[in-house]
Design a protein around this ligand. Structure first.
Ligand code: PLP
Length: 406
């Protein structure tokens, strides 16, 4: 039977304390016990259904975690205060001094900086590889390797990871495959394809209103319990716990995630096709020209499309900046980092979200400084949006005249 992530979310039924249609928010940092013995048992991890202290978990956080686990098809999940607050403990729970990580070289700048600059202080070394080449990934495995880390659709180059192939490698060498699925919620279900752990920044599409940070680790009950352990759990001890109020608000926003993702994908696909036909260097997994178009198709939950992210290359950082300022002036979207908002957001990753990556490495991975990353919004009239964008590009002489077909 086909995996239906949005159905799985909708099939969960929760009621609030007074029969509310939304679960009650647990507005408490600590919880009482009727007996001292139960408190002891809870610390020992032996009292199911008892709450201890909100850094550990809260009823509101469990509701949100359950919905995210249902979406990803994992046993359970642990929410965190931000995406980085989910990613970093997941890595540190698995790796200790002397261990080795293999990571895609095109990943979110914060994750890159963590693996490149921070974890070496703990003597955890990372090899950055072209994740689209399974032979290079396999060649990088050493006897100390514990993790293969990648993003399903990478930031900002929109490279697509072969999750099934990577999962087979992870299995063969007894490694854990960690997949950051922030760019492709609902569209791709990495755990169903064999990933061990699926991570998200909830800050982006899943919450979708650019009003909060959030993150999640989806995995087995055993792994999530280990993250929350009062003795040696990285989530519990590093303390990036989500607040219950936010868990409740993100859960409510998840109710519309499937509708939003379809619209983001529809709009992005439309614009990508138009941009490409204008002769602009356009990267979008839904385009046949994308090197991993067929791979994406083979992994996707079709109805959600190819996602809301696309990039174009306008040749230079100056042109990119001019275009972005003009587009903001024309109210086509905002010159801002982040993604998944109702408005289109655009930024030049070379000088912003990927600025942690040294210039020569940016070049090597194909991150040119004229690249603009778009998170396409929920525009109701995307043809109108395109016409105004086209006017902006013409005004700045971004298109070679003869290429314009409109
Ligand atoms: C934003 C982002 C993160 C980090 O999440 P925060 O919520 O900002 O901490 C991680 N991975 C990807 C792909 C992202 O886009």
């Amino acid at each position: 039977m086909k995996f239906k992530p949005a159905n799985n979310i909708q099939d969960l039924q929760y009621f609030g304390e007074f029969g509310g249609v939304n679960p009650s928010i647990s507005d408490s940092s600590t919880y009482t016990f009727l007996s001292a013995k139960t408190m002891f048992d809870t610390f020992e991890g032996n009292a199911d259904g008892c709450y201890l202290y909100s850094r550990h978990t809260t009823p509101s956080n469990l509701y949100l975690g359950e919905a995210l686990a249902a979406m990803e098809g994992t046993e359970t999940a642990n929410v965190a205060a931000s995406g980085m607050g989910a990613i970093t403990p997941a890595i540190l729970q698995i790796c200790g001094a002397g261990d080795h990580v293999i990571s895609s070289r095109t990943i979110y700048g914060g994750t890159y900086a963590f693996l490149k600059n921070f974890t070496p202080k703990l003597n955890i070394q990372t090899s950055f590889v072209d994740i689209t080449k399974l032979d290079l990934v396999e060649a990088a495995i050493t006897e100390n390797t514990k993790i293969i880390f990648c993003e399903t659709v990478s930031n900002p180059l929109l490279e697509v990871a072969d999750i099934t192939g990577l999962a087979a490698l992870a299995k063969k060498y007894d490694l854990k495959l960690l997949v950051d699925n922030t760019f492709s919620p609902l569209s791709i279900s990495p755990a169903v394809l064999g990933a061990d752990i699926v991570l998200h920044s909830l800050t982006k599409f899943i919450n979708g209103s650019s009003d909060t940070m959030g993150g999640v680790v989806c995995g087995t009950q055993e792994f999530i319990d280990s993250l929350r352990s009062v003795n040696d759990g990285a989530s519990m001890l590093l303390g990036s716990s989500m607040d219950s109020m936010r868990a409740a608000s993100i859960l409510k926003n998840m109710r519309t995630l499937h509708i939003r993702m379809k619209q983001h994908s529809k709009n992005a696909h439309f614009l990508a096709e138009r941009f490409e036909s204008l002769g602009l260097k356009t990267v979008y997994p839904g385009l046949e020209s994308h090197p991993s178009h067929e791979l994406f198709k083979s992994m996707m939950n079709e109805e959600y499309g190819f996602g809301g992210m696309l990039t174009i290359d306008v040749g230079s950082i100056d042109k990119a900046n001019e275009l972005m300022e003009l587009m903001q002036h024309e109210n086509l979207g905002y010159l801002a980092v982040s993604l998944g908002f109702y408005k289109t957001l655009f930024s030049a990753p070379g000088s912003s979200t990927s600025s942690e990556i040294p210039e020569e490495e940016q070049k090597e991975m194909g991150l040119s400084d004229g690249l603009i990353r778009f998170s396409i919004g929920l525009d109701n009239d995307i043809e109108r949006t395109f016409q105004v964008m086209l006017n902006c590009m013409q005004k700045l002489n971004i298109l070679e005249k003869e290429a314009i077909t409109v």
